[in-house]
Design a protein around this ligand. Structure first.
Ligand code: PBG
Length: 325
């Protein structure tokens, strides 16, 4: 026998394992993505995201109350508007569904829970892209920045603590920071979706927000190429330089190398988004009895924390808050 190292000594009991565990997971580090639909009387279940619905203003309120009681740290809102147009004007309309929901939620929760708003146009544009199109049908970066600034102001005005630009336009964080500061919203924080990949894992989300990209198109012209790792650092550094308070990697499990790189290179909080497809795969396999869904979910969330995420956006937030706090 080797006299010195016996790693199994510290694995002998749950108490010993807990004492020396390098990673923990608590509800306060979880952020729940929520969908709120305009002009609906009843919440509508999202089939590919079991347990989730397009909420009405009222059902959203109950959901957030339950999340708060469970100790979940934050919520992030996505809107499902009744009508869409070329520029996505519902995204900055003061009467738009997310603005109305933000104002109501802030009145309910105050500062007890962090209220975030996803900042993008794709749910609101008729063509489903994250920005406005130029004459050739290509997303026009700089024209889109002006619209993002409007959305940021509308969300801040409505009470968002944090705005989270997810459109991957160059310069979006700087444009939003300048607009917020210029209007007296210097206390509203920016969570930048810095390393957002053009992933096939967003399918159920697009069902959730009823987004179809025109002509069978995709987002590879603005989201990151899954083959690239170093580029994520370039993106995240640019966002921090422009004033991002927190940065994010998305999706999570397939990009733990990227998460680990960002954690090592940056001082700001680094978050990860366990996206709709990641959730749906676990739920589908669980439904067939092929895996223990809860155990798999906890293992993967722990791995995301271990790789460097300070907080995690996850559709498991409500279901697992009790198991981790
Ligand atoms: C864009 C946005 C998307 C997601 C979050 N914000 C979709 C996309 O880029 O096509 C996906 C989240 C998920 O799959 O859970 N507004």
């Amino acid at each position: 026998m080797f006299p010195a190292q016996r790693p199994r000594r510290l694995r002998a009991s749950a108490a010993l394992r807990d004492l020396v565990a390098e990673t923990d997971l608590s509800a306060s580090r979880l952020i729940a993505p929520l969908f709120v639909a305009e002009g609906r009387d009843e919440p509508r279940p999202i089939l590919s995201l079991p347990g989730h619905s397009q909420h009405t203003l009222d059902s959203l309120r109950y959901e957030v109350e339950a999340l708060g009681r469970a100790g979940v740290g934050a919520v992030i809102l996505f809107g499902v508007p009744e009508t869409k147009d070329e520029t996505g004007s519902g995204a900055w309309d003061p009467e738009g569904v997310v603005q109305v929901a933000l104002a109501r939620l802030r009145a309910d929760v105050g500062d007890d829970l962090v209220v975030m708003a996803d900042l993008c146009l794709d749910e609101y544009t008729s063509h489903g892209h994250c920005g406005v199109l130029d004459a050739r049908g290509v997303v026009d970066n700089d024209a889109t920045l002006e619209l993002y600034a409007r959305v940021a102001l509308a969300q801040a005005e409505a009470g968002a603590h944090v705005v989270a630009p997810s459109g991957m336009m160059d310069g979006q964080v700087g444009a939003i920071r300048t607009a917020l500061d210029g209007a007296g919203f210097s206390d509203v924080a920016i969570l930048a979706y810095s390393a957002k990949y053009a992933s096939a894992l967003y399918g159920p989300f697009r069902e959730a927000v009823a987004v179809e990209i025109a002509g069978g198109g995709d987002r590879r012209g603005y989201q990151q190429d899954p083959r690239n790792r170093r580029e994520a650092l370039l993106e995240a550094r640019a966002d921090v330089d422009q004033g991002a308070d927190m940065v994010m990697v998305k999706p999570a499990i397939a990009y733990l190398d990227v998460l680990s790189d960002l954690r090592g290179a940056l001082e700001v909080p680094v978050l990860a988004y366990q996206v709709s497809g990641e959730y749906a795969m676990i739920k589908a396999a669980e439904e067939r009895g092929w895996i223990d869904g809860r155990a798999v979910a906890l293992e993967l969330l722990t791995a995301i924390r271990r790789a460097g995420a300070d907080a995690i956006l996850t559709y498991f937030a409500r279901e697992l808050a009790g198991a981790v706090s």
